[in-house]
Design a protein around this ligand. Structure first.
Ligand code: NDP
Length: 299
C-alpha cells in the first residue's frame, strides 16, 4: 500500500478544536454564544443517531444546542411555523432540518423557508445560487469537509484535473462548484457517463459520491492521484454472526495501491461533515454579529 491515508477523524478533531477556541473567544470578548437548532421530524433511527451526535458535538465545542423533535405526522404548516420562530430567534444562528423528511412534507419548500443566513446545511436555493456564482454563501458540509482536506494535502488545487462521480444536490454538484472555485478543471461523472473508467483515469483528484459499494477499482486511478471517498455503504456480515461492514464507493485496497493519498471509510469524509456543520454555525454567528469570520473554516 503506497497511498498516504488522509485521517478525517484527526482532521475533524482539529476543526472542532479550532471552532471551540473561537467560540470561547466570542463568549469572552463579545458575550455571544453561537446556537444551532436541529429539527427532526419522525423517528427514522439513522436520523436520530445523526441528530444526537450533532447535539453532543455542538455542546462539546461550547455552543448552545436546541433540539426540536416533531411527530412523524406533523403538518407542513406546523413545521413552517417552527422554522419561522427559529428564523426570528436571535439566539439561533444555525438551523438544520434533518433529511429525509416524511413523504407528506415538501422538502424544497421547507428548506427554502429557512433564513439563508442561518442555513448551515447550505441547501437553500439562495446559497446554491451564491455558491454557483462564486459569492459568499453557506457551503454544504460534506463537500466543504472534502475541500478542506484537499487544500490541506495539496496546498493549491489550481490547474488540477478533478473528477466528481455523482451529481446530487447535496454532494456532487456543490463539490464540483467548490473545486471550480479553487481553479480545478472539473468533470462531473454520473450514471449516464460513457466510459467512466477512462474519465476517472485522467483525474489528479477523484471525489466519489455515488452510494455504490466499492464501485471504483484501483485500475481506474491515475498513479499518485488523490482519492476522496464520500460513499457510506453498509454491507452484510461476511460470515454468519459477524458484523456488518462499512465500505466506501472506492475499492480501498486496490485504490490505495495506486493513489498518492486516500480517505478511508469509515474515518475519512464522515467525521468531517459534523465538524463542518459546527464551523458553518460559527461562521453564521460571526456574520450575524458583523464580526470577523474564523480563518480556514469556510470555502
Ligand atoms: P445520490 O443517490 O443522491 O446521488 C448518487 C449519484 O451517483 C447520482 O448522481 C447518480 O447518477 C450517481 N451514480 C449512480 N450510479 C452510478 C454509476 N453506476 N456510475 C456513475 N454514477 C452513478 O447520493 P448522495 O450524493 O446523497 O450520496 C452519495 C454517497 O455519499 C452515499 O453513499 C451517501 O451515503 C454518502 N454520503 C456521505 C456523507 C458523509 O457525511 N460522508 C454525506 C452525504 C452522503 P444519476 O444522477 O445519473 O442518477
Amino acid at each position: 500500500m503506497s497511498a498516504k491515508i488522509i485521517d478525517g477523524k484527526a482532521f475533524a478533531a482539529d476543526v472542532r478544536a479550532r471552532v471551540a477556541a473561537h467560540v470561547a473567544r466570542l463568549k469572552e470578548e463579545n458575550g455571544i454564544t453561537p446556537g444551532l437548532a436541529v429539527v427532526l421530524v419522525g423517528e427514522d433511527p439513522a436520523s436520530e443517531v445523526y441528530v444526537r451526535s450533532k447535539g453532543k458535538q455542538t455542546v462539546e465545542v461550547g455552543m448552545n444546542s436546541y433540539e426540536h423533535k416533531l411527530d412523524a405526522d406533523t403538518s407542513e404548516a406546523d413545521l413552517l411555523a417552527l422554522i419561522d420562530t427559529l428564523n426570528n430567534d436571535p439566539a439561533v444562528h444555525g438551523i438544520l432540518v434533518q433529511l429525509p423528511l416524511p413523504g407528506h412534507l415538501d422538502s424544497d419548500l421547507v428548506i427554502n423557508s429557512i433564513n439563508p443566513a442561518k442555513d448551515v446545511d447550505g441547501f437553500h436555493i439562495s446559497n446554491v445560487g451564491l455558491l454557483g456564482t462564486g459569492q459568499k454563501s453557506m457551503v454544504p458540509c460534506t463537500p466543504l469537509g472534502c475541500l478542506m482536506m484537499l487544500r490541506d494535502h495539496h496546498g493549491s488545487l489550481s490547474g488540477m484535473n478533478a473528477v466528481v462521480i455523482g451529481r446530487s444536490n447535496i454532494v456532487g454538484k456543490p463539490m464540483a462548484q467548490l473545486l471550480l472555485g479553487d481553479s480545478c478543471t472539473v468533470t462531473i461523472a454520473h450514471s449516464r457517463t460513457k466510459d467512466i473508467a477512462d474519465v476517472v483515469r485522467g483525474a489528479d483528484i477523484v471525489v466519489a459520491a455515488v452510494g455504490r459499494p466499492e464501485m471504483v477499482p484501483g485500475d481506474w486511478i491515475k498513479p499518485g492521484a488523490t482519492v476522496i471517498d464520500v460513499g457510506i455503504n453498509r454491507l452484510p456480515p461476511a460470515a454468519e454472526g459477524g458484523k456488518a461492514r462499512l465500505v466506501g464507493d472506492c475499492h480501498y485496497d486496490s485504490c490505495a495501491e495506486v493513489a498518492g493519498a486516500i480517505t478511508p471509510v469509515p474515518g475519512g469524509v464522515g467525521p468531517m461533515t459534523i465538524a463542518c456543520l459546527l464551523a458553518n454555525t460559527l461562521t453564521a454567528c460571526c456574520r450575524a454579529h458583523g464580526l470577523a469570520e474564523p480563518e480556514g473554516l469556510t470555502a
